[in-house]
Design a binder for this molecule. Sequence first.
Ligand SMILES: Cc1cc2nc3c(=O)[nH]c(=O)nc-3n(C[C@H](O)[C@H](O)[C@H](O)COP(=O)(O)OP(=O)(O)OC[C@H]3O[C@@H](n4cnc5c(N)ncnc54)[C@H](O)[C@@H]3O)c2cc1C
Length: 386
Amino acid sequence: MDFRLTDHQLMVRKAVGELCRQFPDEYWRELDRRRAYPEEFVRALTNAGWLSILIPEEYGGGGMGISEASIVVEEIHRSGGNAAACHAQMYIMNVILRHGTEEQKRRFLPPIARGELRLQAFGVTEPEAGSDTTRIQTRAVRRNGKYYITGQKIFTSRALHSDLMLVLARTTPYEEVENKTEGMSVFIVDLRNARGGLVIRPIEVMVNHQTNAVYFDELEVPAENLIGEEGKGFRYLLDGLNAERILIAAECIGDGRWFIDRAVRYANQRVVFGRPIGQNQGVQFPIARAHAMVEAADLMRWKAAWLYDQGQRCGAEANMAKLLASEASWYAANVCLDIHGGLGFAVEMDVERKFRETRLYQVAPVNNNLVLAYIGQHVLGLPRSY
Ligand SMILES: Cc1cc2nc3c(=O)[nH]c(=O)nc-3n(C[C@H](O)[C@H](O)[C@H](O)COP(=O)(O)OP(=O)(O)OC[C@H]3O[C@@H](n4cnc5c(N)ncnc54)[C@H](O)[C@@H]3O)c2cc1C
C-alpha cells in the first residue's frame, strides 16, 4: 500500500496553493462582509484550468481524476478560501459527460473548459419535497418539440453567476409512475436566453454563498437540451453524487487543517498565567483530537477517491468520507473557536467566518442524516428508514 501522493498530485497541490496565496484572508473577509461573489478568484481558477480538470482532454479539459480535483478544493479551503463559489462545475458537468449526447458534449464541454461558459447551478431541492427528491413538483411538459418547465426550486446556488443551469423536473407525475424514482428528467437551461418564465431571487444565508429561489413559469427549453433519456434523470443525479461527496469531504479536510493550523499557532503564541495556553492539556488535547479526526477522515477520502478513479463502486466510501470529514471539520472549528477565546469571535481573525462556512457541510449538499441512512440501509443491510 502506497499512501504517497504522485509527483503530478504534488504539483497540483503546489500550483493551487500558490494561486490561493494571491487571495489572502483579507480578500475572503471583505467578500464575506459584502456578501459578494469571488469573481476574481473564480476567474483565476478558471484561467489556470483547475475548474475543468475533470473534463476529458478530448473536450479541452485537464483529463484528470477525482483525486486531483479533490486536491484542488482541499487546497482552496486549507488556504482560508471557499470553493463553494465554483466547485459545482466540477461535478455538475459529469451529468453531461456521462449521459449527454455527443452533440451536447461537443456543444457545452469545450466552452466550459475554455472558461467561456459557466455551468455552476443545479436546481434539485424544492420547498415542499426537501430531502425526498422523488416528491419534486416542478414539471416539464413536452409540446411541439419543446419542453415547458413550471415550478419552483429553492437554494439553487450560484444561479446568478452561471450561464447554464441543470434542472431536475418531473416529466411524468409522481402518481403515474410505478417506481417513484422514475419519471424525472434533467434539462440544460441556458440562463442567458431564458426570457420570461424564469425569476431568480437571492436568499440571504448565514454564509457568503450565492443561493436562490428559482421560479419557472412555462419556461421554454429546446428538446435537444434534455439530457439522456426522458424519465431517467434521478438515476443520472445519483450517478454524480459520489464525485460530489468526495469533493465535499476534501473541502472539509482542507477546513479542518486550516482550523488546526490556526489553533496550533495561537496556542503556541498566547501566554496566560505565565505560559503558552497550548501547554495546558485542556487546550492541547482537543487540538490533538481534531488532528486525529481529520487525518482519519482523510484516509477515507483517499480510499473513496482511489476507488472512484479506478471505476469501482465507491458509494459506501464516498458517503463515509463526507460524513467523517464534515464531522471532523466541525469539531476542529469548535476547538479553534474555543482556543481563540474572545478573539475567536472577532471578524478579523477569520475563525468565525470559517466556523460558519464549515457548518454548512453537515446540511448541504446532503444532510448527514441521509448519509447515515445510506450507510444503514445500503452498507449494513438495515431496513430502509424513510
Ligand atoms: C447554502 C445552501 C446551498 C444549497 N445549494 C443547493 C443547490 O445548489 N442545489 C440544490 O438543489 N439544493 C441546494 N441546497 C439544498 C440542500 O441540499 C438541502 O437543504 C438539504 O439537502 C436538506 O434538505 P432540506 O433543507 O429540504 O431539509 P429537509 O429534507 O426538510 O430536512 C430537515 C431535517 O430533517 C431531517 N430529516 C428529514 N427526513 C429524514 C429522515 N427520513 N431521516 C432522518 N432525518 C430526516 C434532515 O436530515 C434535516 O435535519 C442548498 C442548501 C443550502 C443551505
